[in-house]
Design a protein around this ligand. Sequence first.
Ligand code: SF4
Length: 206
Amino acid sequence: MKEYVAEQLELGFLELTAPFDKMTLEKLRAEVMACTRCELHKTRQNVVFGEGNENADLVFIGEAPGAEEDQQGRPFVGAAGKLLTKIIEAMKFTREEVYIANVLKCRPPNNRDPLPNEVTHCKPFLTRQLELIKPKVICVLGTHAARALINSSEGITRMRGQFYMYNGIKVMPTFHPAYLLRNDSAKRPVWSDVQKIMAELGKQSK
Ligand code: SF4
């Protein structure tokens, strides 16, 4: 919570619809749905807040919604999302047991990379989401999501495969499922990364 308050003060966002100690995911969702903090609100079809188990031990974070997600208002519902669902099931979870969200809640036009100022404006929402969910492990998907939580300018190839800490939560970076769709050779390292998460959460791999 301290991190969120500090970020809010830094950004000048002092007015919240709910006091910090009364905030819930539903109240936060309502705030994000009405957000106009960055230019992306002008081009979005829908805000993609995130979905899943609000008490999840495991949270997956991508960088931003794509076209399908923007249309449906749900995270990871396109081809990459279907692959993520398969990965989740291979980890012996269901999609409903985990929580899935993105750093940016609105789609960047033409799926371009998130701009630094968009991340700065949107990240406090993710910080608050994570403080409310309190997962044991966060799996960040791809370079941009990893950089948003890990203080590093490295690419995902160098960052992946080891745990980092974010506000007391273990963070495992791995390749984005969209990258996996184009690069079969990335499947083995991703499986290695998610096995480390499974071990951390007491799930046995075969
Ligand atoms: Fe607000 Fe985030 Fe959407 Fe920008 S991307 S308008 S900060 S919810």
